[in-house]
Design a protein around this ligand. Sequence first.
Ligand code: FES
Length: 164
Amino acid sequence: MRSTITNRWQDDFPLNWTEDHEVTRRQFTAFLTLISTALFLGTGFVGVREWWRRRYATPPPARIATVNEVPVGGVKLFHYPTLHDPCLLLRLSADRFVAYSQKCTHLSCPVVYRGMEQGLYCPCHAGLFAAEDGRVLAGPPRRPLPRVSLTRHGEELWATGTAG
Ligand code: FES
């Protein structure tokens, strides 16, 4: 039996208990389970879509340098396809340019260029990659550096895609 004594807030916010919909513990648990499942599936969908986009979508071409910016034996840092993807452009000879992701394929430390003979060196665990083709020469990495496709338009160099 309900008390007939009312508090002041009950006058301001009267509740009609006979019309109130009570939520059982089972209904509340089902609601939480439904929301958790929806969040889990939504997060998984976003993750798979992002993986698919990075793996299969061809990024748009981007102008990364002019020929005169990089001397023979020199290197230039650029970002491709996004600002979160650092890459290195190497000029191996007067007419030969190559570009790679700067992220080591072991644990993603940034590699540094040490010239044609010494290649691309990863200071974290002494990984070493060949400058000509990005293959592994030494250290723990098992995969070559991902290559950036280049196209030359006159005096301009354009990144046109990624591989690996
Ligand atoms: S992160 Fe490059 S060798 Fe380990």
